[in-house]
Structure formats: structure tokens, C-alpha cells
Design a protein. Structure first.
Length: 163
């Protein structure tokens, strides 16, 4: 043991998502298979539940733990019946990444689609209730260009809904 040399560990980001997942060990295996995550470490309670796990997704980190039963400690999407946040992953080929996630057991939510903000974008829900969006950046657009394209997108949606 030694004294820390920085206010945060060298591997850490300033903001790191920390997800509570029911059956966390199974979820970690799915995330490695579906999204290519690398497990850095895990610490288990005496009953085997995961108190803290650390996965690396490319150059980003996400922490995980099992739901511990006390709602004051947080609840998983499975317990809540809904996901409260989407994890967004940039990938080199969203079509391949989407299919890999589906093949690993995720449910398609939105198939890969070219979006008005310049990304080819998709999303899936994993078997533990967590939603993941996957995207490949295709076009560099200014905020003004995105706003204009977004206005057109929603205008077309309204026209479709009116039919």
C-alpha cells in the first residue's frame, strides 16, 4: 500500500457510469461478448455478489455492481422495470456491432439508421434491462446543420403521423 499521487487513479475518467445490474456476473460476460469489453477487475462479497467490477470499453470505463437488495443502495433496470440511462458506445462499424450484440443475446430496439446529427445509430436492450446505443460517426456537422436537419426530420415525422 502506498499514498496516492493524484486525486484520481491514473486509469480513471473524471465521470464514470456505475451501473447496478441484477445477476451482474452474467451481465459482465454478455458485455465482453456483445461489446468487446475487457474486464479489469472484480471484487465480490462473501455471498458471491459483485460489490464492484470494472470493465473497459475501448478508451472508456464503466463500473458495475450487483443489486444488493436494499433499495436505498439502488435498483437494477430489471427491478425498476425500466432503464434510467442509456450507455452510448462509438464503434468502427455499427452494423457489425449491432449484429454482434443481437447474436450475444441483446434485443434489437432500433436497427442501424443514418441519423440527422451525422451518426449511423442503433440501440439494443440487454437481457438485464440495460439499454445500449451504438453509433459510427459518419459526418462532421455544425450545430446549425444538425438543427436544420433535425427540424426537417421532425417535420417529416409529423407529416407521416398525420397520414
Amino acid at each position: 500500500m502506498s499514498t496516492a499521487t493524484s486525486w484520481k487513479p491514473s486509469y480513471a475518467q473524471t465521470v464514470t457510469p456505475y451501473l447496478i445490474i441484477k445477476d451482474c456476473a452474467k451481465a459482465l460476460e454478455l458485455y465482453k461478448s456483445a461489446f468487446g469489453a475487457e474486464e479489469v477487475h472484480r471484487i465480490c462479497a462473501p455471498d458471491g455478489k459483485i460489490m464492484h467490477a470494472f470493465l473497459k470499453f475501448g478508451d472508456s470505463n464503466i463500473y458495475f455492481c450487483d443489486e444488493m437488495g436494499d433499495p436505498k443502495c439502488g435498483a437494477s433496470p430489471s427491478t425498476l422495470g425500466n432503464c434510467h440511462a442509456t450507455m452510448h458506445i462509438f464503434v468502427e462499424d455499427v452494423d457489425k456491432a449491432f449484429q454482434k450484440a443481437v447474436d450475444a443475446g441483446c434485443t434489437p430496439f432500433l436497427p442501424p439508421t443514418d441519423m440527422f446529427w451525422g451518426d449511423r445509430y442503433s440501440s439494443v436492450r440487454d437481457p438485464f434491462g440495460q439499454v445500449w446505443s451504438l453509433a459510427t460517426h459518419k459526418l462532421d456537422l455544425s450545430v446549425e446543420e444538425m438543427q436544420k436537419a433535425g427540424n426537417e426530420f421532425f417535420k417529416n415525422m409529423e407529416a407521416c403521423a398525420a397520414k
